[in-house]
Design a protein around this ligand. Structure first.
Ligand code: GRF
Length: 196
């Protein structure tokens, strides 16, 4: 059984979708939900689902990313994950952190990568006059929102769409795409050396 740790920063709706999918004959189970924000709604939702949680507030580290990540690594490594899923996790991770999990770390990004890496993806797509938007699940590498893509879902941009309306439409599809990609990834992943 593959062990999945999920990192969140906010409401954790993608975490909930992932956790709910890991049942029955699914080859993975959630073992930890961790956040950089002790008040993240996703932590309460994880607790309600009986999943272990951890929080390391990034603010006291005042931009010392390495020190923050060293603290965050502690509960993550203690959960002995085979796979790390970023799900609405809003901190940029250092190459050193990524290297430790490379090949075993996934992220969902709310755009049709390689279009619109970074933030405010829906506003940018609307302002560009695009006819469609969407979401992408990809393996995390040291380059932000880059890395091998595991799947995408395209969503139409409707006339008069606000960024919020489009975000809500895309989010519904994220909750379908991410569990689908995680299952395929977990099925393919042979249990190699545990993450250290
Ligand atoms: C989602 O749009 C996701 O694509 C982005 O963060 C947003 C919130 O995700 N990464 P969640 O509800 O916290 O899972």
């Amino acid at each position: 059984m593959k062990r999945v740790a999920i990192l969140v920063s906010g409401g954790g709706s993608n975490m909930v979708a992932l956790a709910k999918s890991m049942v029955g004959d699914h080859p993975a189970r959630p073992v930890l939900v961790a956040s950089n924000d002790p008040n993240a709604g996703g932590l309460a939702r994880a607790r309600d689902m009986g999943i272990a949680t951890a929080a390391v507030d990034h603010r006291p580290f005042k931009g010392d990313r390495a020190a923050f990540e060293a603290a965050l690594l502690e509960p993550i490594l203690a959960s002995e994950p085979d796979i790390l899923c970023l799900a609405g996790f809003m901190r940029v991770l250092t190459p050193a952190f990524v290297k430790r999990f490379e090949g075993r770390m996934l992220n969902i990004h709310p755009s049709l990568l390689p279009k619109y890496p970074g933030l405010h993806t829906h506003r940018r797509a609307i302002e560009a006059g695009d006819s469609e938007a969407g979401c992408t699940v990809h393996e995390v590498t040291a380059i932000l929102d880059d890395g091998p893509m595991l799947g995408q879902i395209r969503v139409p941009i409707l006339s008069g769409d606000t960024a919020d309306a489009l975000a809500a439409r895309v989010l519904v599809q994220e909750h379908i795409l991410y569990p689908t990609c995680l299952r395929a990834f977990a099925d393919r992943l042979s249990i190699g050396a545990a993450i250290r």
